[in-house]
Ligand binder design. Structure first.
Ligand SMILES: NCc1[nH]cc(CCC(=O)O)c1CC(=O)O
Length: 341
């Protein structure tokens, strides 16, 4: 094993310091990445340091008030730049598409299930046997604070109502059972699966089932490091998943071209329909769900450049069919960010 390692890994310190947020999911994700690194670099150590970020602390300000940029990431990035950490493990979907100067997305690892899921209140499942969004009676209240989820649900299921719902996954599951108003909530499959909480899932949502597309990068882990840190970059290359990397390049390119942060209703779905053939589906939906533009294409993708162009081309196609009007309206109506505290 050792003589297969890139030369950059053979010399110098054998510690790679790992930064993560402090939530149970973030810590589980850091453990997954450390286990992968440890298996290819058994002589190295990977101390993990957890940190509470603005996004974790501020549970009250509506998510779009942060401007969508770097809510979860800035404080960890400061420590990476200050050379106090060597890598940061992120949910890729929480990473802005443009990173600060000097920092790069070092790799994307093997992707978990990227879909959103419906989690219904247990008591209601037991009583009525409901399983899917289509089973829910008019006026049922779904807890979610994601404009992407609300917009798509409102479009497909106009009789549903929504209630702001946030906190880490465990908190959200608890609030679902405790809040008498809520019928169900929407959570990413990946987070539930990584925490062994997937028994709570009632329905997996996708374009062909429920008509809901997931967030850009959902289900993938992105690892950020310093540009030019050759040793760390070589280590990360060893745990990269090529298919996940290429698919998420296309997704992130689409989002960058549409200038959407995590707060705009852009849904995507990428699928390798054959080896080397990537299908990209995308949707841009107005906040009320009254308008939407959808796109779909399949292209042969083997390089990051091709994936990047694929995403940009899809964005241009969506724009030419009205997505820019939807996004402009959203940007016009956005409240001003809160004053710094
Ligand atoms: N918004 C927070 C967040 N960031 C990443 C995940 C799930 C894990 C992933 O997408 O990899 C979640 C929870 C959720 O949306 O249910």
């Amino acid at each position: 094993m050792a003589d297969e390692q890139p030369p950059a890994l053979a010399q110098g310190p054998t510690t790679i310091r790992v930064g993560t947020r402090n939530s149970p999911l973030a810590l589980a994700q850091a453990d997954i990445v450390v286990a992968a690194l440890q298996s290819v670099l058994p002589a190295y150590s990977f101390p993990i340091s957890g940190m509470t970020t603005t996004g974790d602390r501020d549970q009250n300000t509506a998510l779009y008030n942060f401007g969508g940029k770097g809510l979860w990431t800035t404080q960890l990035e400061d420590r990476l730049e200050a050379n106090e950490l060597d890598i940061i493990v992120h949910s890729l979907k929480d990473m802005p598409t443009t990173l600060p100067e000097g920092l790069v997305l070092g790799c994307v690892t093997k992707r978990e299930d990227p879909r959103d899921t419906l989690v219904l209140k247990k008591e209601l499942v037991d009583k009525h046997g409901w399983k899917t969004l289509a089973d829910l009676p008019e006026g049922s209240i779904i807890g979610t604070s994601s404009v992407r989820r609300i917009a798509q649900l409102a479009r497909r299921y106009p009789s549903l109502k929504f209630k702001d719902h946030r906190g880490n996954i465990q908190t959200r599951l608890r609030k679902l059972e405790e809040d008498p108003e809520l019928t169900g909530i929407i959570l990413a499959a990946a987070g539930l699966q990584r925490m062994q909480l997937d028994a709570h899932i009632s329905q997996f949502l996708e374009s062909d089932n429920g008509g809901i597309l997931h967030a850009v990068g959902q289900g993938a882990l992105g690892i950020e490091c310093r540009a030019g840190d050759d040793k760390v970059l070589a280590a990360l290359k060893m745990i990269e998943d090529k298919n996940a990397a290429l698919a998420t390049v296309a997704e992130r390119s689409l989002m960058r071209a549409l200038e959407g942060g995590c707060s705009v209703p852009i849904g995507v779905e990428t699928k390798w329909v054959e080896p080397g053939q990537l299908r990209l589906r995308a949707t841009v939906v107005s906040v009320q769900g009254t308008e939407g533009v959808d796109g779909e294409a399949v292209e042969p993708i083997t390089t990051a450049e091709q994936a990047d162009q694929f995403g940009a081309k899809m964005a241009a196609d969506l724009v030419s069919r009205g997505a820019n009007k939807i996004l402009d309206d959203i940007n016009k109506n956005k409240p001003a960010p809160p004053p710094p505290q």
